[in-house]
Design a protein around this ligand. Sequence first.
Ligand code: VGL
Ligand code: ZN
Length: 232
Amino acid sequence: RRAAIAGATLFTAAAARGAAAQGRPAIDAQTALIVVDVQNDFCPGGRLAVPKGDEIVAVCNAIGKRFQNVVFTQDWHPEGHSSFASSHAGKKPFDVVQMPYGAQVLWPDHCTWDSAGAEFHEALDIPHAQTIVRKGYRKEVDSYSGFLEADRKTPTGLGGYLKERGVTRAVVVGLATDFCVNWTAQDAAKAGLETFVVEEACRAIDLGGSLDKAWADMAALGVKKIKTADLG
Ligand code: VGL
Ligand code: ZN
């Protein structure tokens, strides 16, 4: 029995090295899929609809089946959240304001606690997902990233959770490519995880060049842009 386990471990390590050498992620016990904000408000008909956001749901489901470790993030704001344009007199969605922690894009109200818009898309089907990390629940601070709030100081706990579970590699999918996927992937890389983003499993908001900038910023931190087919 010991020999069998040792053999399996060797096989997995070799497979992981082979995959890494080809620039694609090994999907093993040390790899987690992070499914970012696949919620109704970010899909067509939602309050902050990402164009074609719903197209990723089936892609995420298919990818999700391959992973033993899956984590969801869920954008989760109180009414009157400071990232909402409606909380700032004279401002409209997509204006930018200065917050104590820096520039903040203002959004339509979205993903408010217990609203239908905050629920995961009804076709999202990854029942073996192990944890849900909510973020953006403090009224004064936004959180695009699943790891660190917009003050860039307050951890959500996801980094510790993954580390404690021995996860060293993250594959990130979801909505929106240029905001929550981008910030989550960057923070995963900064946390020392080998990080991949699956291009067709994401859709972007793309405000004033934000999508190109997001890919460039992710690449600068070593985040690898891959296709579903690269998952082997
Ligand atoms: C998001 C804007 C505001 C996202 C969340 O999930 O990308 N974008 N809140
Ligand atoms: Zn939000």
